[in-house]
Structure formats: structure tokens, C-alpha cells
Design a binder for this molecule. Structure first.
Ligand code: XIL
Length: 378
């Protein structure tokens, strides 16, 4: 998805430049390694324990809040076996200018995660969305070099330390005018679809010990857009493999949008088609846009949980699905609440997309996830 723009730190009016200036000063104390003792008492089985019993990994995307909010940090440590930074390993964050590689936040998160026994995955090396201005202005002829340089430098920095990397994010966009369905942007303009093969080639050479993932949105919906992206994804996996390149997993974002048509059984069929290609399947950015649901908070939460339950029941029936990562854990810190996202989605009330509420209490969605994991027997 690409509707969020210009959101850097949940601070309205904070520009990219301001954000970077702050990084050198007042934000740094918040980036101390996590306390190894921060843990919540468990009254029910944690999501990570349930996932593990189901042969899966449960994880969560995190940002600055995991450092700033101790209770939230404890929740993440208690529930997740893996974290993924929501922004800190993206090209525009790592590369504010051509010469800089800003690993500060990614490194702090990795230290905190390792100190607490959590794995970390990387999101994302190459994405046509969110290019920094300097990249947009770079001559096309330089982009093949920049792609290799970026992947090699970043993957070497984290070599052997990350469970997986989203090598390419969102290669397709369903409503575009491109005949192959590819998402436009600097990498695609310069190299056409070859940027994808080049990225997987370089990634395979740069870190043989991490899983290489192609991450994509939209496939959960069964309208003409979702079906087109499913087809494109199957085709590109074949093409990557035909070239003898390594691809270990497909990431399906799983931003559920109940306002769009869906067909969970059809989605499971699609997952089987992916699995036949010998790739693992990760659900990488799970949450639900519950804007279409009406009624009280309790009623909307109930509908969200029902939608989540049906989706997961079908998805988790496919053995190749090995990982479930929520894009955050608590509504309080969901990307859906970032000002630009609220605006882009024309939100009329505060979204409640995640398994825990603002007070970090479990919602019915949390029960639905727990139950789907507990009932997985494959
Ligand atoms: C989002 C982050 O969560 C936000 O903080 C940021 O403002 C915009 O990007 N699909 C993706 C993720 O692949 O990288 C996006 O993350 C959410 C949609």
C-alpha cells in the first residue's frame, strides 16, 4: 500500500530534516537497549507460544514506541518471537543522502531484540514507493550501481543477524497502466522488471544466511485488482526461479480490507499455488481496516474478530504459511492512526486495526488470532 505519505515520527509537522536533526540529539536517550527483565506476567498462552506450538512464528512490526513506552515494550517481548522495524530499514530512512547509511535505529532495535531473545527481519531493500528526492534525481544509468551498492552494503552490515529480508517490496500495483502490472518508480523506470532479478541476485550473494522474501500487498482481496496481483506474483516467482535465483519466501501483507470483496477459500487456493512453487509464505503486515463496520466499539471489534478468524482459518490451513506478523500490536501505535494515513483513508473515527486496544488490553481480534493458532493442526 502506498497511501501514507510524509509521516516520519508521529509528530505532526515534523519534517524529514527535523527528524534527522533530532536523531542526533534528544531522541537518542530513548534508543537505549531494552531491559532484559521487561516482561509481563502471562495469564493466557502468549501468541508466540501458540504460534510455536502450531509450527509458526508470530511477530510484530515496531517503531519508536517500543523504546519510549515500557508497557508496550513488555507486551511486544511477551507476545512476539520476532520484530520488524516499520521504517528504520527502508531505503529513504537509511539513505537520507547518497553518501550516508544511517544504521543507528536499526542497530538499536537489533540489540534490544537480541537481548530479549527476539529474532528480527528486515523490511525492505528495494521499493519503488517512497524514494528519497536524491534518488529520484539520480540519472537512470546510475541506478543499477546504486541498487547493487545498497543491497550489498546493508545486507553485509546485518549479515547473519536477520531472519529474513524483504528484498523487493510491492513490485506490482493493480490499477496502474503498465502492461505487466509493475509498480512505477525509479528502479522500474531505469531497469524495467530486471530490477527484481538483479535485486535477488545481489541479495543472494550478500548474505547466504538470511531468507530472501518478495513482499506484496493486495492479494487478500478477490476483486479484479487482487486477482491481477496474485497472477503477477505467481508469474514473477516462476521467472525468478527460472533464472536460477534464490527466493525463499513470499510475504503477503495481509492488510485486511473488509470493504473489498474477499473469498477466503479462493485465497487459500492461491496460497497452495505459491506453495507448489517451493516458497514459504509469510503473512507480513497483518491488521484490519475496520472502517466499514458500524455500531458500538464492541460490535465493531466483534466483526473485526470474525473477519480475522475466517481469514486465518483458511490461510493457516496451508502448511507453507510459516509466519504471522502483525503490523504493530496495539491500536494506539497503528500506522492507520498516523495523520497522513487518517487523511488518505478519509477516516471518520480512530481506527482499531490490531489485537490490543489503546490500554494494551486484548481485544476479540487477539482471541481470534490465538484460536486460529491453537486450532492449527498440520
Ligand atoms: C508504513 C509504516 O508503518 C508507516 O509508519 C509509514 O508512515 C508508512 O509505511 N505497506 C508496507 C509498509 O510495506 O512498509 C507500510 O509501512 C505499510 C504498508
Amino acid at each position: 500500500m502506498n497511501r501514507a505519505r510524509d509521516v516520519r515520527a508521529n509528530i505532526p509537522g515534523l519534517t524529514r530534516r527535523d527528524g534527522l536533526a533530532l536523531l542526533g540529539t534528544s531522541l537518542l536517550p530513548c534508543l537505549l537497549p531494552w531491559s532484559a527483565t521487561a516482561n509481563v506476567p502471562e495469564t493466557t498462552a502468549s501468541l508466540k507460544a501458540l504460534a510455536s506450538a502450531a509450527g509458526m512464528t508470530f511477530g510484530a512490526a515496531v517503531g519508536q514506541d517500543v523504546f519510549d513506552d515500557e508497557a508496550y515494550r513488555a507486551l511486544v517481548i511477551g507476545q512476539a518471537a520476532m520484530v520488524v522495524p516499520d521504517r528504520w530499514l527502508k531505503f529513504d530512512w537509511l539513505r537520507p543522502d547518497e553518501k550516508t547509511f544511517n544504521f543507528t535505529e536499526g542497530d538499536h532495535l537489533l540489540t534490544g531484540a537480541s537481548n530479549n531473545g527476539l529474532a528480527m527481519r528486515g523490511h525492505t531493500l528495494i521499493w519503488n514507493d517512497w524514494p528519497p528526492e536524491w534518488l529520484k534525481k539520480a540519472p537512470s544509468s546510475k541506478l543499477p550501481y546504486l541498487l547493487d551498492q545498497h543491497i550489498e552494503t546493508v545486507m553485509t552490515h546485518y549479515a547473519g543477524k536477520l531472519q529474513s529480508w524483504d528484498v523487493v517490496n510491492e513490485p506490482f500495483v493493480a490499477w496502474g497502466s503498465d502492461p505487466g502490472g509493475y509498480r512505477p518508480g525509479p528502479w522500474y523506470s531505469a531497469m524495467g522488471p530486471d530490477y527484481i532479478f538483479k535485486a535477488f541476485k545481489r541479495a543472494g550473494l550478500s548474505d547466504p544466511n538470511t531468507k530472501l522474501v518478495l513482499n506484496e500487498a493486495w492479494t487478500e482481496r478477490s476483486d479484479v485488482y487482487g486477482l491481477a496481483v496474485r497472477k503477477s506474483l505467481l508469474r514473477i516467482i516462476d521467472e525468478i526461479k527460472d533464472r536460477g535465483l534464490r527466493i525463499d519466501a513470499v510475504g503477503l501483507q495481509g492488510h485486511l480490507d473488509p470493504s473489498q470483496p474477499y473469498d477466503d477459500a479462493g485465497f487459500a487456493d492461491f496460497l497452495h499455488q505459491l506453495a507448489e512453487r517451493g516458497v514459504a509464505i509469510y503473512i507480513t503486515e497483518f491488521d484490519i481496516n475496520e472502517a466499514p463496520f458500524d455500531g458500538s466499539v464492541a460490535e465493531r471489534d466483534r466483526q473485526s474478530a470474525a473477519r480475522v478468524a475466517s481469514f486465518l482459518k483458511h490461510a493457516l490451513s496451508v502448511k507453507a504459511v510459516s509466519t504471522l506478523i502483525c503490523w504493530g500490536l496495539t491500536d494506539r501505535y497503528s500506522w492507520y492512526r498516523e495523520p497522513s494515513v487518517l487523511k488518505a483513508f478519509k477516516a471518520t473515527r480512530l481506527p482499531r486495526p490490531l489485537p490490543y486496544d489503546d490500554g494494551l488490553q486484548p481485544k476479540p481480534m487477539r482471541d481470534a488470532i490465538a484460536q486460529a493458532l491453537a486450532e492449527r493442526h498440520i
